[in-house]
Every structure is written in C-alpha cells, then in structure tokens.
Design a binder for this molecule. Structure first.
Ligand SMILES: [Zn+2]
Length: 243
C-alpha cells in the first residue's frame, strides 16, 4: 500500500513538472520572460545563459550587420501583456550602461536632431530589399536614465546628413526611457522606418511606419514566427500569416 501511495505521489510530481515545463516553453516562445526582464531591469537572473547576437555579424546575402551585442529579446510586432505592437528590435547587452557598442547597420547619412539625447537616425537612399525606395534605420536608448548621452562625441546634437559606413561606431547601449515613469534595461532599440512623401522619416513608434527587419538581417525577427533566439536562415519570412 505504501509503495502504491509513493508511486502515485511520484507520478503526480512528474506530471506537474511536465505541465510547468510545457508552460515555461510556451511562455518562453511568446517572449514573455524577455518582456518581464525589460520591465524589471533588476531581474538579471539567467541573462548570462541567453544566446547572444554578435555585433557586426551578417547572414549570407543579408544587407544589414547586427548593430550591437546582446540578447534579441523583443522582436518586431511583439505585443506582450497588452503593450502596443513593437516597431523594431530590442537587443539587450549584458554589460550594463555605456559599455556595449552600437554600430551602423548599413551605409547611409546620419542625422541627430538637436534635442535627441539617446537616438540617431540614418537615411538609406536605396533600400537594399526594395529598390527605388528610401528607408531609415533608427537607433535609440543610447543614454543613461538621466539623459547623459552615450552617443560618440563626433555625432553631436544637430548633426545632419553625416555620411556613415556600415559598421561605424555610433555610441553605446543605455537605459534612457525618455523621462517615462517606467525604467528599462540597458538595450538598443533598432527599427527600420519609412519616409513620408517629402522624404522625411515617419514616426517610428507606429508599426505601420516601419518595416519587418527579417529580410534585412536574414533572420526570423517578426513576432508572428520569430525564432527565439533568431538565427540565419533562408526562409526568414513568415508564411501564411503576416509575411
Ligand atoms: Zn524597443
């Protein structure tokens, strides 16, 4: 009798473990843990184990290099826990503020508006994926929470149309949150932005003004089918759904 009871207890424990493990895998796939890390910067547990993207790496045939080191934690279109659809990639370096370099993903012309503490935008006259279209790449959070900038000195506020080459150092990851009540972890926010009819960059916080970065990096980075972690692959576009 005792053995049967023991066996039942063991089976129940194993079953519970399986359910928890499945739930964990599911939540992990949905990016929930990444989002929680984003919300609570002090929750560094397990960061070092996360597979890291390496800056300046480029997948075969992809035009862009990875702009910084770190865990690609929040992908394009992620809308976890009721947040708006994320318009770009969040790449979380592990070294803390002002340490992890951020590089230009592609050749272009860089602008930093006079009041920009943490961000730069690069104009690319020729979209390498869709010819005859101008696009922009946008890099943000390169300052500390107080707004002390980690952008390199040569790119001072008010810089306009500075020619940059792919792989050029722009600055370092930070945790600038634009003065919002919510603090964020050290990371780079990177997005690909469309032009308006006058050729200016559109508001990148609106997903509709941005592009799926997947074809530019040769990785599945769209939340509809994102690999977590993303890896180089030929079939980088989602099929069936967003695409
Ligand atoms: Zn972001």
């Amino acid at each position: 009798m005792k053995q049967i009871k023991l066996a039942i207890v063991i089976i129940l424990i194993l079953f519970t473990c399986m359910v928890i493990d499945d739930a964990y895998t599911y939540l992990q796939h949905q990016g929930v843990f990444d989002y929680l890390r984003f919300l609570w910067p002090t929750s560094q547990i397990g960061w070092a184990d996360l597979p890291q993207a390496t800056s300046l790496d480029r997948c075969t045939d992809a035009p862009f290099v990875v702009p910084t080191d770190g865990w690609i934690g929040i992908t394009y279109g992620d809308s976890i826990l009721g947040t708006v659809n994320h318009s770009g990639l969040d790449i979380f370096g592990l070294e803390g503020n002002g340490v992890t370099p951020v590089y230009a993903a592609y050749d272009g012309f860089l602008t930093r508006l006079p009041n920009w503490k943490s961000a730069v935008v690069i104009r690319h006259p020729e979209d390498p994926i869709k010819p005859n279209r101008q696009i922009w790449t946008y890099y943000a959070h390169m300052a500390d929470e107080a707004g002390n900038s980690y952008i390199i000195e040569q790119i001072s506020p008010g810089t306009y149309e500075l020619p940059v080459k792919q792989g050029m150092l722009l600055g370092y990851q930070g945790d600038y949150n634009g003065g919002s009540w919510r603090s964020v972890s050290t990371h780079l926010h990177f997005s690909i932005v469309l032009s308006d009819e006058k050729g200016k960059f559109l508001n990148e916080t609106d997903l509709l003004n941005t592009l799926d970065p997947s074809p530019y990096f040769g990785m599945r980075l769209n939340s509809q089918c994102a690999d977590r972690p993303p890896t180089c692959r030929q079939d980088f576009l989602c099929t069936g759904r967003l695409g």
